[in-house]
Design a protein around this ligand. Structure first.
Ligand code: ATP
Ligand code: MG
Length: 571
């Protein structure tokens, strides 16, 4: 370098090896890191509530938090926000960790639960009471709602608002001791009943909920609200940047107020827009509705936008990462096209999936001039995009299956596949010509084709150089294996479904007649394949049996998103 004279100009960023900020959140974090706001420290967290499986929106948030921490040399915590024992389950806690690990995220020993802080949070609540900043309110939920007012009307103070500190402390302790009925009392912050921000109109901090908790058992008859637990948990863990979605923007003044009153370390909250995808729903509540109504077979039904469904369907972590990077983070709400996600999946699988031949809807072909009993091994390339993936042998014999739609008795113009008298190329094998059609005498349905092959055309080239336009895929009938294929389409036909009613009836098409090349006999779940001309597939981990595989179509080959992008005129 010295010889070229470049070494004298090194930007500060290069010197400190920090990545350049690429979005507004990274810029804010970087600015804080440089100004030494948190002693130069960066710690983030991903805080799922264990009340459902993670969806692709959570992946966006998790990837963002984990990568910002990594880029700044800090930890990212995984914290279960388990403050609502009525909706939460251990199954979700397990599934969430499995999905995050699958994405490639690693929280080391930074695994936490908001319920670990119940004692601390209780102490914080007493601290607020002693400061005269919280009171025990005896209004019913319904009454409290009426007192609260709305956007046009200011709230009215609760009749219990001015209870003396000692009485509040006594009542709160008795709440904690389990002396009162569910819902008969609550602990509320004493902030401002006339605030334009409804979150500041004396929000509830603790409610009586005499139900056991999956981690704390029946130790607590009262539970902190999400609003009280969330910010304080971040503070307890020393989180520097609490990155969350926009709906919490209006809660930020409350979180700030609580932390200031408690005089505890103050994380910086930064909000960004939730990810929405077309043709699906994204909130866990709606996804649970789909599961409970039986509209889908479970959280991991391959049509769901959950990570477990995507994994089962064959989407790869690499594709999801690229997708989340490309959509970026913004303050504006955004709905991203499902087609873009599928484009990212195709882009990844195009490079990594082995190409094979499989026939979904088989039509029998008999090659009349092919010697009875002869089997030839045809050399097939595993992935032309990547020569290092090598090749394999595919058996060829007198009886084959081709795709029924690759034959037409009366072909329309520009149909270059098989028709009576026409010649077509069998991929990696020979040229064949159709010389006869067998039909079911009753229905008239074509049941088999009689063909002849050109023995000189091995590999697919005509010896005399005659032009054969069409190339179709095939399998050797006696060597092929049977399989079921599941073809998926959008869960909802509407781009922005209003509710969960009316799942697209064509969102799942089951094809039981598939015949696949024999190399697929030992396909494993998680290994992607491209069935040539049809799409990307993988073995379904849940419903396959030895000798009876079920293949999920991850995505079809046609890329509507990539195609439209290429058509956009250059500006
Ligand atoms: P949902 O409304 O889908 O049930 P949630 O926000 O209630 O989601 P949490 O478990 O509370 O789910 O979310 C954990 C983290 O994931 C939060 O920080 C939340 O902001 C973030 N998150 C949830 N949904 C999305 C989304 N669609 N896009 C980006 N981040 C999201
Ligand atoms: Mg939530």
């Amino acid at each position: 370098m010295t010889g070229k004279g470049f070494d004298t100009v090194t930007t500060q960023r290069e010197a400190s090896r920090e990545p350049a900020a690429t979005d507004f959140i990274r810029s804010l974090v970087q600015a804080d890191s440089e100004s030494g706001k948190f002693g130069g420290r960066v710690a983030t967290r991903f805080p799922p509530e264990p009340n459902g499986y993670l969806h692709i929106g959570h992946a966006k948030s998790a990837l963002l938090n984990f990568s910002i921490a990594a880029e700044n040399g800090g930890p990212c915590h995984l914290r279960f926000d388990d403050t609502n024992p009525t909706r939460e389950e251990e199954e979700y806690v397990r599934a969430i960790q499995e999905d995050l690990r699958w994405l490639g995220l690693d929280w080391g020993d930074h695994l936490y639960y908001a319920s670990d802080y119940f004692d601390q949070l209780y102490d914080y609540a007493e601290r607020l009471i002693r400061k005269g900043r919280a009171y025990v309110c005896g209004l019913s939920q319904e009454e409290a709602r009426r007192y609260r007012g709305d956007y046009t009307e200011p709230g009215r103070p609760s009749p219990f608002r001015d209870r003396p500190v000692e009485e509040n402390l006594d009542l709160f302790r008795r709440m904690r001791a389990g002396e009162f009925e569910n819902g008969s009392m609550s602990l509320r912050a004493k902030i401002d009943m006339t605030s334009g921000n409804l979150n500041l109109r004396d929000p509830v901090l603790y409610r009586i909920l005499n139900v056991p908790h999956q981690r704390t058992g029946d130790r607590w008859p009262i539970y902190p609200t999400y609003d009280f637990a969330h910010g304080q948990s971040d503070s307890i863990e020393g989180i520097t940047h609490s990155i969350c979605t926009l709906e919490f923007e209006d809660h930020r003044p409350l979180y700030d107020w609580l932390i200031d009153e408690l005089e505890i370390p103050h994380p910086q909250q930064i909000e960004f827009a939730r990810l929405n995808l077309t043709h699906t729903v994204m909130s866990k509540r709606k996804l649970l509705e789909l599961v409970e109504s039986g509209a889908v077979t479970g959280w991991d039904d391959p049509r769901m936008p959950t990570l477990s469904a995507m994994r089962r369907r064959g989407f790869t972590p690499a594709a999801l990462r690229v997708f989340c990077e490309r959509i970026g983070v913004a303050r504006r709400g955004n709905t991203v096209e499902m087609a873009m996600l599928e484009h990212c999946v195709r882009e990844d699988l195009n490079r990594t999936a082995r190409r094979v031949m499989g026939v979904l809807n088989p039509l029998r072909v008999v090659i009349e001039n092919y010697p009875e009993g002869l089997v030839e091994e045809m050399e097939a390339i595993n992935n032309p995009e990547d020569p290092s993936m090598g090749s394999r042998k595919v058996p060829f014999s007198k009886e084959l299956y081709i795709e029924r739609e690759d034959f037409q008795e009366e072909p329309p113009p520009k149909f270059y596949r098989l028709a009576p008298g026409r010649e077509v190329r069998l991929r990696y094998a020979y040229l064949i010509r159709c010389v006869g059609v067998e039909k079911d005498p009753e229905t008239g349905e074509v049941t088999a084709l009689r063909c002849v092959y050109d023995p000189e055309s091995r590999g697919g080239q005509a010896p005399d150089g005659r032009r054969v336009r069409g190339t179709i895929h095939w399998v050797s009938a006696p060597h092929s294996i049977g399989a079921e294929a599941r073809l998926y389409d959008h869960l909802f036909t509407a781009e922005k479904p209003e509710d969960t009613a009316g799942v697209n009836p064509n969102s799942l098409v089951v094809v039981t007649s598939c015949r696949l090349e024999p190399s697929l006999a030992d396909a494993e779940p998680g290994t992607p394949y491209q069935f040539e001309r049809i799409g990307y597939f993988c073995v379904d981990a849940a419903d396959s049996f030895p000798g009876a595989p079920v293949f999920n179509r991850t995505v079809a080959l046609r890329d509507s998103w990539g195609r439209r992008r290429r058509q956009v005129p250059k500006g």
